[in-house]
Design a protein around this ligand. Sequence first.
Ligand SMILES: *[C@@H]1O[C@H](CO)[C@@H](O)[C@H](O)[C@H]1NC(C)=O
Ligand SMILES: *[C@@H]1O[C@H](CO)[C@@H](O)[C@H](O)[C@H]1NC(C)=O
Length: 559
Amino acid sequence: MEYNKIIFISLLAISVTKCDNCVTNDFGLNFYDSFTNGNPVCAGMATWSLGNYSVAGIESPHQETDLFITPDEDLSCISSYDFEMTAGGILEIYVYMDSKSQRDQIVALANEVSSTGKTIVTGTEILTPLNPDYFNGWHVLRLHLISNGIFSGYVSFLGVAAKESTVIIDSFRYIPPQYDNDCNVYDGEFVTSSPPVRPEPPESCVAYNFETDFETLFTSDSGVCAGFSKWDLYNYITVPVNHPSEESFQFIAPQSSISCISSFSFNAEAGGVVEVNVYMDSKTNTDQIAVLANKVADDNTDVVIGSTVLTPLNDNYADGWHVLRVTLSGNGKFNVFISFLGLGSAKSIVLVDSFRYISPTFSKEECQIYEDEKFETTTTVPITTVAPVGTGEECVTYNFEQDFENAFDTNNLLCSGYSTWHIGDYHSLSIDRIDPNSNTFIAPNDTSSCVSSFVFRMMPGGVVKVNTFMKSVSKLDYVIVLAKKRVPSGEDTVAGFTLYYASNANFVEGWNVLQVTVNDFTTFDGYITLLGSTSEDSIVLIDSFSYTPPNSDDTCEIY
Ligand SMILES: *[C@@H]1O[C@H](CO)[C@@H](O)[C@H](O)[C@H]1NC(C)=O
Ligand SMILES: *[C@@H]1O[C@H](CO)[C@@H](O)[C@H](O)[C@H]1NC(C)=O
């Protein structure tokens, strides 16, 4: 009995849909006969006209069609013949717009003609470049028909096309509700343009405290962390450290060997600041936490755009809580993620409690990690900006004309034990300059001297050229150029070098270009280290240097 009832009901449903038809129109036949500009909706307006894709030089969306309709520069209107529609049905209009003016628009109206002859709008859709999601290309305007039951009606199109713009209706279709058969204008589905990918707006504040979702939000499988062991999540109960907030129960800590972990990515902008709340109670000098802010570049490679390191070797280091700050360098908006590279010996406590990103225009007070937060820094940690210059694929040049103190590590942190080079002026020497625009150079002290450059990105096969002048009276005069690779939590390695000694058989007095080819397996962030020595009456100086990317035709002019 029950079974029969179901069959009866479904038969009824089929018979209802049967009398309601799919309607399609591609303007291919009898446009001027079946469409009108003379009905009440369109009264007083200009009309739409028929266009031909091949004549207009526009690619047709389907081989079966070469006709479309387009509005005038003034508000234009056209209405279709009457056909039967049902409430709940869908009217789809296939349109193309390449807009050069904000006046451009297409308005589609589904009209019901009521039993008393009045026109009632039962659905409407508008395409205009003023829409915030607008993009040029193919669109489907989809009208869901309201009203009641089955009714007779027609569709009207209103539109404006500025002179330079392209505004087209290719076709439309009416699909009745619960319609099971194909209802296509052409064979196969209609293809629409996809909206261009828009960058997400940058965040104002991103705060994370390791209390939830650590496993899903953090990874050490890719980017800078690939190949390193991971940081682990711990509870404050396991360490004799007062948690920084009543809401803080968990932290992450590195292994006793170098380990690395990267955060989820988020949208940020240049000038924004990343603050990391860390605790260090150090028993050995190898303990360290490096914070790297990585920009996800368009080709999905990562570029370090800011970094800082906390180690017991920092000036004024003290055990306790520290806030490590990294300012994001570069320009504009981009996607970033934060990596922590570090190690903590078994007896030391090295941990990261939380971090936040604050955009350049946002206030720190409004970007809280905990409601009761109070991170008291034990000491101010000097901010070491070691963001690399360049991508490795472009020239890097430097000529010692300015900013030597900042561009070069004149405190010799990377050359400890050596004295530094000093700036000299060609006026004090009777030698020909390498370039008329060159006024200054660097020269070693009479002892062995060492100095390291700013960090820049190098690629395997890249060439570092150092312009050197040597007039030697002593066999001890020399210049050594090292291309070094930064190993954030280890010993930096040498990726290429050249030695130039006055005692060498190839020695030529005067100007020389010392060349170092970079040998490594991957692109890396590095710097050059210049070692030199000069006796009292000799002249040993370096005027400038350049880095030329591999296989480059660029001459990397310095002046
Ligand atoms: C469209 O233009 C092409 C090229 O002029 C022509 O061959 C074709 O017949 C036109 N189509 C219609 C329907 O007029
Ligand atoms: C050589 O190095 C020492 C120590 O860095 C410095 O005080 C001195 O001024 C340097 N000499 C010259 C000639 O720059």
